[in-house]
Write a protein that binds this ligand. Structure first.
Ligand code: AMP
Ligand code: ZN
Length: 670
């Protein structure tokens, strides 16, 4: 291939793969298989390695978050993971019932379950311990994602029973609750990252990440609904579900035993609208013949069992008019379009707005003002526009054009390479950004200032009392003006001022997070504070210095440098320093080599903030301590981080093993 042909091939691959990513993550309608995607991605990565001069900064091989590189060991399923026959109509269910009757007679029962909209997982337990978690894959073999699945709190690592078989498999559905989905998606939008189309994609994207620490930060749940063993352990499916609960598995409470198809229909009818009150998404119900012997008799087809079927709910969809599109500017300047609709009843609630995600989505829908649009409520809380009824488009309708300037401050919008969201770069002069940044600073995870809320910040800004974070610390000199704010009494003012004063003690990592530097989230701020120690060194750090820190990548490093290149930011830091905020990490003096821990044993469990588990292990061993793999009565300490398995915790408590944090450990080494 000639050089220019290579470049063309690479460019085409970048474009194509980025489109596939968009189809997959944003639209939730992939047009190629994971396998084909991986093949193409590999080809591109290889070409980039051989021809680095042509590598595109927007290349999907560079995407962060590990969502795209999939590098897991493939494992064969002992029992194939079949799909379920499915239907959208009641006649099919009657036919299904009829077929079963013909085959095994009238004497049988059904179990009705919710059909959780997540990704299925196969868990293998040996000697009551979770040893393997594998995705469905193609049904015959899937990806070994054990380490990621171990971060899910509702999945026991160790069973609470001795009666379970030595080896068995249990299946369930991993999902993300709607509240977590909305919160995390909003965070992603604010960071200019792609937001996920639905909780299912978010959950499956998460389970396929390489970095288990990252997985641990995203709350996932898992409902278990089937068990396989070599020997029959139970007589009926219903019985197995009841017992699985007592072994510590999360089994849905919304499961019923149905004596006949009539009760099944009632169950379907009940959940048709009731499902929108659940904290997670379901897309239908599953019907299973209860008796295992009868299941055996009915058998399976090549694709699915003959003893089960799913009934899927049609998406709740209505047609309404797009009245206008408004644009919200977030704290980090991301400009998100929102469709304003003629109010309409959908799935039991009145809908006035729908998400449009970003500029690409407006293009994809080719939206015109006054369009009649189809709105769907799927697994998300906020509904979305599926498509436009072109037949009803009025002649001369005006096309919706995503703005080129900020709707709040008229600054020209920018789009970073490799990102989908446009953002307003005027962070010092754009009202929602100013207010948003101060709100972020006082927030619970940052400075956690008592007596001060988002509305108060908004009111202070409107009154011209604050424009910058540092202005918070001058409020005490503005007593008279404060009194003019409605519903703000003397007591509240006093409380607030106390809270503000108190925040000067907040540790450096909180201040750093509070500054709201793009991509510097809570964990990153902690890592930075711990590794770099103070703000002056952070400002002076080179790109190389920054990326050398655990978990700090190129994108974060660049963003930090960009932040400190702005004189307005430097001025803020000078002012905050003058108000005596903490810009220095509390020195942790630890001995790196000693015999301080000799004779003591440790088990490390969970995810930690300051150290990786490997680092903790090294720290303990180089100070004479010994690492053990399991908890016993003789264990000296359990070093416990976040997301520790509940069974470990329970065992430690039962055996009276002291639990210590990483800080306690550091204390021992002082
Ligand atoms: P389908 O993907 O439409 O063939 O449906 C089969 C999938 O439904 C299974 O692979 C599971 O991931 C999922 N599913 C969700 N809830 C249940 C349930 N209660 N019982 C069985 N499968 C379920
Ligand atoms: Zn702006």
């Amino acid at each position: 291939m000639s050089k220019s042909a290579i470049k063309d091939t690479m460019d085409a691959l970048v474009k194509e793969l980025n489109q596939h990513n968009y189809n997959y993550y944003v639209l939730a309608t992939p047009t190629i298989s994971d396998y084909e995607f991986d093949q193409k991605l590999e080809t591109l990565a290889k070409l980039e390695k051989e021809n680095p001069e042509f590598a595109d900064p927007d290349s999907p091989t560079l995407k962060v978050g590990g969502e795209i590189t999939k590098n897991f060991i493939t494992v064969n399923h002992k029992w194939p993971m079949l799909s379920l026959g499915n239907t959208y109509n009641e006649q099919d269910l009657l036919d299904f019932d009829e077929r079963i009757r013909k085959s095994i007679g009238d004497n049988f029962e059904y179990v009705c379950e919710l059909k959780f909209d997540g990704l299925s997982i196969s868990l293998t337990y040996e000697q009551h311990k979770l040893v393997r978690a594998v995705t469905r894959g193609d049904g015959k073999k899937g990806d070994d994602v054990t380490n990621n699945v171990k971060t899910i709190r509702s999945i026991p690592h160790q069973l609470k029973t001795m009666e379970a078989p030595e080896i068995f498999e249990i299946r369930g559905e991993i999902l993300m609750h709607l509240a977590a989905f909305n919160r995390l998606n909003k965070e992603r939008e604010e960071l200019g990252e792609i937001s996920y189309a639905n909780p299912r994609n978010f959950a499956s994207g998460t389970i396929k990440m390489q970095d288990s620490n990252e997985v641990a930060k995203r709350p996932l749940d898992c409902f278990l609904y089937a068990m396989n063993t070599d020997k029959t352990h139970f007589k009926t499916h219903w019985e197995s579900l009841q017992i699985l609960k007592t072994w510590g598995f999360h089994v849905s409470e919304h499961t019923i035993l149905a004596p006949s198809i009539t009760e099944v229909f009632a169950f379907i009818k009940y959940w048709e609208l009731e499902r929108f009150k659940l904290s997670y998404a379901i897309d239908g119900i599953v019907l299973k013949v209860n008796s295992y012997a009868q299941q055996q008799e009915l058998g399976i087809t090549a694709k699915s069992p003959r003893w089960a079927i799913s009934y899927k709910y049609k998406a709740q969809e209505v047609e309404t008019i797009l009245e206008k599109v408004t644009y919200q500017v977030g704290r980090t300047g991301a400009v998100t379009p929102v469709a304003n609709l003629k109010p309409v009843l959908l799935a039991g609630t009145t809908v006035k707005r729908a998400t449009l995600h970003n500029a690409n989505e407006i293009e994809r829908l080719d939206l015109h003002l006054g369009d009649s649009v189809f709105v769907e409520k799927g697994g998300e809380i906020i509904p979305k526009i599926i498509n436009v009824n072109l037949e009803k488009r009025k002649l001369g309708a005006v096309k919706v054009i995503y703005p080129v300037i900020c709707p709040e401050c008229d600054t020209q919008l920018l789009r970073k390479e490799g990102e989908v969201a446009f953002y307003c770069p005027n962070d010092e002069g754009c009202p929602p950004q100013i207010v948003g940044k101060i709100q972020h600073f006082i927030g619970r995870k940052a400075m956690n200032i008592d007596g001060l809320g988002d509305e108060t910040i908004e009111a202070f800004y409107q009154k011209g009392l604050i424009r910058h974070i540092s202005d918070l610390y001058t409020l005490k000199d503005k007593a008279e003006e404060l009194k003019t704010i409605a519903r703000f009494g003397e007591r509240s003012i006093e409380n607030m001022l106390k809270g503000i004063e108190f925040s000067k003690q907040m540790p450096f990592e909180k201040v750093l997070f509070g500054l709201g530097i793009r991509y510097v989230g809570e964990t990153v701020a902690k890592k930075l504070a711990f590794a770099i120690k103070n703000i002056d060194r952070l400002m002076a750090a080179s790109l190389e210095d920054l990326v050398a820190i655990d978990e700090i990548g190129q994108r974060i490093a660049e963003s930090i440098q960009e932040y400190f290149n702005k004189p307005a930011h430097l001025l803020q830091i000078e002012l905050l320093k003058a108000h005596n905020l903490q810009f220095e990490a509390k020195e942790i003096e630890i001995t790196l080599q000693s015999e301080k821990l000799s004779g003591k044993t440790f088990v490390i469990s969970g995810v930690f903030e300051k150290f990786s588990r490997e680092e903790l292990k090294e720290l303990i061993e180089s100070n004479g301590g010994k690492i053990l793999s399991s908890i016993s009565a003789k264990l000296s300490y359990l070093v416990a981080g976040d997301n520790m398995g509940p069974s470990k915790l329970e065992k430690a408590q039962k055996l009276n093993v002291p639990l210590i944090s990483e800080d306690d450990l550091l204390e021992m080494l002082k």
